[in-house]
Design a protein around this ligand. Sequence first.
Ligand code: DGJ
Length: 734
Amino acid sequence: MKSIYFISIFLSGLIFSIPCQSQTTIAVETATYAIVLQADKENMLSTVYCGNKLEAAADYTGIAEISRYPQGNAGIYNNAYTPAGTWNLSEPALQVTHADGNTSLDLKYVSHLTTKPDANTSITEITLQDPVYKLTVQLFYKTWNKENVIEQWTEISNKEQGPVILQKYASANLYFTNKDFYLTSFQGEYLKELQPMEEKLLQGTRTIDSKLGTRAMLLGSPNFMVSFGGPAKENSGTVMLGQLAWSGNFKLDFEVDSYKNLRLITGINPYQAAYTLQPGKSFKTPSLIYTLSNTGTGEASRQLHTWARKYRLLDGQGERLTLLNNWEATYFDFDENKLSGLFKDAKKLGVDMFLLDDGWFGNKYPRNNDNAGLGDWQENVKKLPHGIGYLVKEAKAAGVKFGIWIEPEMVNPKSDLYEKHLDWVIRQPQRPEKYYRNQLVLDLSNPEVQNFVFGIIDDLFTKNPELAFIKWDCNAVIYNAYSAWLNKNKIPQTHLYTEYVKGLYIVLERIRAKYPKVPMMLCSGGGGRADYEILKYFTEFWPSDNTEPVERIFLQWDYSYFFPSIAIDCHVTDWGKQPIKFRVDVASMGKLGFDIVAAKLSENDLAFCQQAIKNYNGFKDIVWHGNQYRLLSPYENPAAAIEYVSEDKTTAILFSYLHSNRFVINATERPIQLKGLDAAKKYAVKEINLYPGAKSTLEEGKIYTGDFLMNVGLNPDVNYGRTSVIIQINEVVK
Ligand code: DGJ
C-alpha cells in the first residue's frame, strides 16, 4: 500500500496526464475498526469493508474480490462518494451543475495521504477528481484510535472557469454489508425531545431530516444508532452511534440496496439549499461523527463520552457551576430587590451561581412578557435601575457568582431593533410574517448581524468582567426563509440555511477567541439544540423544558447515548408530583441546577437540598468525568439504574429509581449487577441523599468485593416507600 501512497503524492499535480495505479487500498483504522476503501483499475473508489480491524493490513487488499458485487442497474452501490448524473444511479452523495450547465459527474481516485498529528489521532485525506471537469473532491477521515471515533467530512473545490452549483453535497457516504440493520432514530417535539424509535431497515430508503433552520433538531434528531444483526443491546452486539455535527437542516439517508447492504449518506439537507461555488473556491461540509462497538451501546456511549470530554466539548475535562435559575420562580416579574433576595437564597441553598433569566432588558418595549423587547439588549431601567454591574456586585456580596440569559439570534417585531433594522430580519418582504413565540430570526448570513450578535456578548463582558455564565437561548424556527442581505449582494437565497449556520459559528468563534473559557449553556426552549460542532463553543446544553423527573429519567437516559453527563443541564423544578428528594436525585445525574422558589421550601426540604448539594459536590467529579454504565433500562423495567465509576475505579455512585408503580411493591427483588469496578478491590457501600429523618434499609459501610458487586450485585432496595436511592461505593484501603 505504501509505494502507491508515495507515488500518488508525487504525481498529484500531474494526475490528468499520467495513468493511475490500479488497486490502491486505503485502510482507515482505529483500535478495533477499519474502513477500507479501494480504487479499481479505472480508479473508481469504493468502500470495500467496514468492520473489525484485521491483524495484517495486507489482507485488506483481497476483500473486494471476495465480495464480487456485480455492477447493477444502479451502478455501484458502494461508491465511496457517489456522484450523480453519469452511471451511478443510486442516491448520490454529490450532485452538481457544472459551469457550462452540464449535470453529469464522475469521480476518480487521484491520491491519498495519511498524517498523524499525535499518537492517538490520524487524518486520511483522499483526493478524487472528475476526469472531464475540473471539480475536485477531498474526503477526510479523522480517527481517534483509543476511543474508536471517526469524523468524516468532505471538501469540494471548483477549479472550473465559472460557478458550479452544488445541488447536494453530503458529508459522508458509508457502506455496510452482510447483516440485518436496525435503526434507532430519535423523534421529538417540544417537551418530548429525543424519543427513541427502533425499526428494522428494509429494502428502500429511510430518511430522517430537518427543515426547521434554527433549533433544527426539535422534531427529528441528527443523532442515530445502527445495530448490526439484531436490535441494539446495551452490553453486546455491534452498534454504531452517529451524529451529523451541524446546527441546521440535515438529512440522513439509510438505504438498504438490492444486495441488502446498507448505504448511509448524511449531510446538510439539500432542501432549498443549492449552493453556488465560485471558481477557485471550496466548500467544506459539516462532519459525520461516529463510533463503533462490538459490545453494545454501553461501550459505544462511553467511547463517545470520553472522546467528547477530551477532544470536543468546550472545557470537557474542567469544572461546572451549580446554580439557581429564576425562570420558573419569577418568570418576567422581578426587580433588583427580588433578585437580591434570590442571591441570598442561592447562597443558602449552597449553589455556586445565580442565573438571571429572560426579562431583564428592553425599555421602549419592556420585556415583561414574550411579546416584546427581544433584540433590545439594554437593562430595563424600571426593573434594574442600577444595571447588571450592580447585580454582579450584589451577587458577589451574597457569596455567589452571577450569570445571565440572552437570546441573541432573535427579535420581537415589537422592538427597537426590528424598527431600526428590518433588513436584518429573516422574512419574506411581500408575505405576512409568521411568528413562533411572537418572534423572528435574525439573518446571521449578514456580517453586520454577526457583529451585532457578537457585540451583545462582548458588551456584557466588557462592562461586567466578572460575569460568570451565559445561557444562550433560541426559541424560534425559520419561517419565510429570505435574506435581504443575500439579495442585496446577489447571492442566491438558497444559501441562507447554510450561511445562517456558518454565520453562527463565525460569531461563536469570535466569542471564544476573546472569552475562551466562560461557561455557556446552549438552550432552545428545550428543543435539544446540541451537536458536536456547536459544542466546541459551549460547556453544556439544556435538553428539554420538560423537567418532570420521571420524564427526565427517560430523557437523560436517551441523551446519554450521545452526550456525557457533564454537558447535560438538569434543573430541579416544581414539575410533577415527585418529592424533592426524587427530583434532586434525578437532576444529580447531570450538571445540577435549581429553578424553584428556594424561600418557599419547607425546613426539611431545604435541609435536604443543602445536604444533597454538599453530597453532589463530593461525587460530581465521577458524574462529570467518570465512566457511565446504564444498568437498568426504564424502558424495560419499573426501576431504572445508572452507575458512574471513576477512571481509577476507586469510587462509584449508583442512582436507582422506581418510575412506575403499577403492580410493583419491590422494584428490585433481584440485585443489580454493577459494572466497571475492579474485581480485586474491596468497596464499602453507603446510601446518601437520605431525606431528614429517613433511615437507610441498607447496612451502612458494608464491604463487598468488586467481584461480588459485578457478579452478584447490589440491591438498592428500591420500592414504593423508597422511590429514589443513591448509593456511594468507595474503595476500602486497609
Ligand atoms: C426557554 C428556556 O428553555 C427557558 O428555560 C427560559 O429560559 C425561557 N426560554 C425564557 O424565555
